[in-house]
Write a protein that binds this ligand. Structure first.
Ligand code: S3P
Length: 185
């Protein structure tokens, strides 16, 4: 049986640590909800004309966060969409406030082993080049998880197929929106 369409009033903003699946789940979510998908990191690189690693090298993490805040503010001015953000975005107070005001935040919560495993596939993340990824991610988890917990929705991202996690987000969203029909879209 087809579920009723879900009217999404504000942009869905995916937050969570590197490797939590924000881009992969975000794309699937956008397809299922018939919304556009946009990736903040990709937009930051496009606006700067260089990679995130190059931005970190030239301007440091603080410079990156400034650009990230500006880009996310611009993306949140656009019509409702699914927005995947980099793992540090919600840690920046200004960005967090923008997301609170103009979006619905969804924390994809994952455990450390899964994050280490997933992020080992590629070597493009500046923070993970600063030390042993297991140690770096473990430290970030301690600092960030209490802040990510302020998100509107929390959904576990585990090693289930991505469509299962995506459906979990939709069920959580339906509940959060107070929709009686909480079956997946
Ligand atoms: C960062 C996460 C990265 C990217 C940058 C900083 C972070 O995005 O924004 O390298 O501070 O956690 P992903 O979470 O998409 O890997």
């Amino acid at each position: 049986m087809c579920a009723t369409p879900l009217p999404v009033p504000k942009t869905l903003v995916l937050i969570g640590l590197m490797g939590a699946g924000k881009t992969s789940i975000g794309k699937r979510l956008a397809t299922k909800l018939h919304l556009p998908f946009v990736d903040a990191d990709h937009e930051i690189e496009r606006a700067a004309g260089c990679t995130i690693q190059e931005i970190f090298d030239r301007f440091g993490e603080a410079g990156f966060r400034d650009g990230e805040r500006r880009v996310i503010a611009r993306l949140l001015e656009q019509p409702v969409q699914v927005l995947s953000t980099g793992g540090g975005a919600f840690m920046d107070e200004g960005t967090r406030q923008l997301i609170r005001d103009r979006g619905i935040s969804v924390w994809l919560r994952a455990d450390l082993d899964l994050l280490v495993h997933r992020t080992a596939r590629r070597d493009h993340r500046p923070l993970l080049r600063q030390g042993d990824p297991h140690t770096v991610l473990g430290r970030l988890m301690e600092v960030r998880y209490p802040v990510y917990a302020q998100a509107d929705l929390t959904v576990d991202s585990d090693d289930s197929p991505p469509d299962v996690t995506t459906d979990r987000v939709i069920v959580a969203l339906r509940q959060w929106l107070g929709d009686a029909d909480s079956t997946a879209a």
